[in-house]
Write a protein that binds this ligand. Structure first.
Ligand SMILES: Nc1nc2c(ncn2[C@@H]2O[C@H](COP(=O)(O)OP(=O)(O)OP(=O)(O)O)[C@@H](O)[C@H]2O)c(=O)[nH]1
Ligand SMILES: [Mg+2]
Length: 187
């Protein structure tokens, strides 16, 4: 089977939430804010894989989601960043934004890659919001949502012209004369 055009949904990871926490140590009364930052959400990346020739794998998996970043924690610990989701596509894949119809990327070179959906930024922990007059901020920033979009993948390797004809009428002979192709000609 040869699939040349397919529509999929991608979603980048959300950023982790910033933490609202305070230092809690025995001999440090009224310890200051110590909420760590949320980690960045993972990006969705398309990368050319020279082993692929068709878009057939996408028929069975229509939604691709990168992991979210971890939430910040106390003691100024930042959340873990979400890993990028790298999706392999065959060389010659053109990626369109389904809603606008615009071309997002035209992937031709081996190992060429492009970020299609950006992961959300992590929220800042309350340690960032302390000021002289507000020494104990009881809030932290939420993580940003990851980008979400529907894309259409089109494989350009598909021929621009087709030769249609009954068996044995001379299609291969014609092709061999008008192009450099060397198809099998046989009765
Ligand atoms: N007499 C005659 N024979 C031809 C002509 N064109 C091709 N042939 C012969 O017809 C046979 C089939 O030609 P192909 O080009 O392989 O035909 P095809 O349409 O590709 O056939 P399939 O791929 O099997 O569908 C070969 O033996 C050719 O030499 C023609 O214009 N005149
Ligand atoms: Mg033929």
């Amino acid at each position: 089977m040869f699939v040349d055009r397919i529509q999929i949904d991608v979603k980048a990871g959300n950023g982790g939430h910033g933490s609202m926490a305070f230092r809690r140590e025995k001999y440090v009364p009224n310890g200051g804010p110590a909420g760590g930052d949320g980690g960045k959400g993972g990006d969705v990346v398309f990368k050319v894989d020279s082993n692929l020739r068709t878009l057939v794998d996408f028929r069975y998996k229509r939604k691709h989601e990168a992991p979210s970043g971890g939430n910040g924690e106390g003691s100024n610990r930042s959340g873990k960043a979400g890993e990028s989701l790298i999706i392999g596509v065959p060389p010659g894949t053109v990626i369109f934004n389904k809603d606008t119809g615009n071309i997002i990327a035209d992937l031709t070179e081996i190992d060429e890659q492009v970020i299609i959906a950006k992961g959300g930024k992590g929220g800042r922990g309350n340690q960032h919001f302390a000021t002289a007059t507000r020494q104990a901020p009881h809030f932290a920033e939420g993580g940003e949502k990851g980008q979400e979009l529907t894309v259409v993948l089109e494989l350009k390797l598909l021929a621009d012209i087709g030769l249609l004809g009954f068996p044995n009428v001379g299609k291969s002979t014609f092709l061999s004369v008008v192009s450099k192709a060397k198809p099998k000609i046989a009765n």
